[in-house]
Ligand binder design. Structure first.
Ligand code: S3P
Length: 457
């Protein structure tokens, strides 16, 4: 099948460079992180919640299927013809049922880790298992705090990986300092805290995305976020069992910032072009990519259009001449999902870009330091692998293309696949072939339609 510059061959794609300039306004699907939390916390709410613009990604649909298996009625609403509107008939904090078979967590780290927190609080037995990529992602980081709270939870390879087996219930509160910057670990402990005896306090040295805090507050649950006396990071206090309940909600989920990032990159890199991505989540803890791009000299502007359920607005990005930067350490957690596409941008900038303090990239859907280095090297980029990041000597001339055909590989990682497709669209000559593109469904099933609309306009 061919869609303009994209030629599909089963699980591979051939991408040809974009020649014409474009000026476009697009939208991307609902935010994946908020979609997971909306289904989870809607299921635990006392009553019916309505969620519009839920992400239909593989990851989010796995969350819907998981909560259906736990006895929750989740229906497509289709009121105004959108397949993205859902009604969740929440059963309250104590309404989930013991699942009769293994819960499939597919490719989703967020589903696995957050759901583990909820299941740890339940007085029943459950097992979670995902695909081969998910089942190689580290789980000790959640097994440790949940065990401290009193859950019986075990995993494959001496508790390192899924499948995870949980016999929950009888939790007690803890004080927990999250050892790695991870919103998934923080959220896992916060969700277990809803079922624990007493108040749980979590300390984050560096704040990570706060969608769980925001949605719990919107639901009227007693959660406090304070600045600790030493002034850095945040202390999150979650009241325990019997101290609050979750109210149902009606929300319209803003567009996914991490999906928008691919198109922001295209707008900045393609000569003479500009793009506006509308109604996007603008949570401050997800804004590192925009800050880094501005440091590189990119012409990107944000217009805030709303605040509920979180800050949202439009992002306008125009073709820019870019220079390399050293990414400040404090920005790293705020752009953790954007490093694959950021590495593509840095490859076409003038001069050196250095990323350090990003060891977490090694335990994402792939070892993203390795998979970025492998693919960019194949494209002729001068890139050095560091233990906790990479160093790129960028070169705008690389846009001219070097080989008639360059073979790249997603290694089963959706963000690597989409980043390399954007790189292919930027090259003025030669084609690139990317193997393993089905994984894009994990976060952005509408990706190819959005690209085709843009390039065929
Ligand atoms: C997420 C947190 C991040 C991010 C992931 C989504 C979340 O993972 O990479 O895509 O929704 O909480 P970590 O918590 O492992 O940093």
């Amino acid at each position: 099948m061919t869609k303009g510059l994209l030629e599909f061959k089963q699980d591979k794609i051939l991408v040809k460079g974009l020649s014409k300039e474009f000026s476009a306004a697009i939208e991307v699907p609902g935010d994946k992180s908020i979609s997971h939390r909306a289904v989870m916390l809607g299921s635990l709410a006392a009553g019916k919640s309505r969620v519009s613009n839920l992400s239909l990604s593989g990851d989010n649909m796995a969350t819907v299927a998981a909560f259906r298996k736990l006895g929750i009625n989740i229906k497509k609403q289709n009121l105004n013809g959108s397949p993205k509107d859902f009604v969740i008939e929440g059963a309250g904090l104590h309404g989930l049922k013991e699942p009769e078979s293994v819960i499939n967590t597919a490719n989703s780290g967020t589903l696995t880790r957050l759901l583990a927190g909820i299941l740890a609080g339940k007085d029943f037995f459950s097992v979670m298992s995902g695909d081969k990529y998910l089942n190689s992602r580290p789980m000790r980081r959640i097994i440790e705090p949940l065990s401290l709270m009193g859950a019986k939870i075990t995993g494959r390879n001496k508790n390192a990986y899924p499948p995870l087996a949980i016999s929950g219930g009888g939790l007690k509160s803890i004080f927990y300092e999250v050892p790695v910057p991870s919103a998934q670990v923080k959220s896992c402990v916060m969700l277990a805290a809803l079922f624990a005896e007493g108040d749980t306090v979590i300390y984050e040295k560096k704040e990570t995305r706060d969608h769980t805090e925001n949605l719990l507050k919107l639901q009227g649950y007693p959660v406090n976020v304070d600045v600790p006396v030493n002034g850095s990071g945040s202390l999150i206090t979650v009241k325990g069992r019997g101290r609050g309940e979750l109210k149902p909600f009606n929300i319209d989920i803003p567009g996914d910032f991490s999906s928008a990032a691919f198109f922001i990159a295209l707008g900045i890199l393609h000569k003479g072009s500009e793009i506006t991505v509308g109604s996007i989540l603008l949570n401050d803890k997800r804004a590192g990519f925009i800050k880094a791009l501005k440091m590189m000299g990119a012409d990107v502007n944000l217009t805030v259009t709303g605040e509920v359920p979180e800050k949202m607005g439009d992002i306008k990005a125009k073709y820019s001449t870019l220079k390399g930067i050293t990414v400040p350490l404090e920005l790293v957690p705020d752009m953790i999902d954007e490093f694959p596409i950021f590495s593509v941008i840095a490859s076409f900038a003038e001069g050196k870009t250095t990323v350090t303090g990003a060891k977490e990239l090694r335990v994402k859907e792939s070892d993203r330091i390795k998979t970025i280095v492998y693919n960019l090297r194949a494209l002729g980029v001068d890139i050095k692998e560091l233990e906790d990041g990479f160093e790129i000597n960028g070169n705008p001339d690389l846009k001219n293309g070097r080989e008639p055909l360059t073979a790249l590989n997603s290694f089963g990682d959706h963000r690597i696949a989409m980043s390399m497709i954007i790189a292919g669209l930027i090259l003025k000559s030669g084609k690139i072939e990317i193997s393993g593109i089905r994984c894009i469904n994990t976060s952005f099933p509408e990706f190819f339609d959005t690209v085709s609309r843009l390039i065929n306009q």
